[in-house]
Design a protein around this ligand. Structure first.
Ligand code: ADP
Length: 159
């Protein structure tokens, strides 16, 4: 079974990594789909966001990291994925994710959306929180993977 894990990953956090580790353990192949939406403003370019994920994961047989734009339903069709996996942190994530899941289902009825609960340690963690802390010179240790923490902090310092 091929699963897609879509997101902005601007940048990848330990919360994302937790979902990647747990999701890749229950499928044959996990596609980490890094969104590139022209109307969205990212702090890190698409290639930077992909690079940070690849640095974090190293070589993994069953994980592919790739850019995606356009409709998730079309991307799923192209890649042969049967389902999309999303992380849920809190009730506040639910409403948006519920709407997206139903829209994707109406566009591609064979595509399922699965939800994985965050690990309790990461329930408060988001990319925007990481960016806010780093911009203000705070310590992001423990929030993003160790091997990318200096790159993220250097890029965001005083922005
Ligand atoms: P963010 O909300 O941090 O900007 P993304 O838009 O990149 O993250 O989210 C991609 C996916 O990862 C979404 O399904 C989101 O709910 C999930 N996710 C993000 N942070 C966490 C976390 N701390 N724990 C579990 N899932 C998460």
């Amino acid at each position: 079974m091929v699963l897609i894990y879509p997101g902005s990953f601007d940048p990848i956090t330990n919360g994302h990594l937790d979902i990647i580790e747990r999701a890749s353990a229950i499928c044959d192949k996990l596609i980490v789909a890094v969104g590139n939406n022209e109307r969205k403003k990212y702090e890190f370019s698409t290639s930077e966001r992909i690079k940070l994920i690849r640095l974090t994961l190293g070589d993994r047989d069953n994980i592919e990291v790739t850019e995606f734009s356009g409709l998730l339903a079309d991307f799923a069709r192209k890649t042969g994925a049967k389902a999309v996996i999303k992380g849920l942190r809190a009730v506040s994530d639910f409403e948006y994710e519920f709407q997206m899941a139903l829209l994707n289902k109406s566009l591609e009825p064979s595509l399922e959306t699965l939800f994985m609960m965050t690990s309790v340690n990461y329930s408060y963690l988001s990319s925007s929180a990481v960016k806010e802390i780093a911009r203000n010179g705070g310590n992001i240790e423990g929030l993003v993977p160790d091997c990318i923490k200096d790159i993220v902090a250097a890029k965001l310092a005083h922005r």
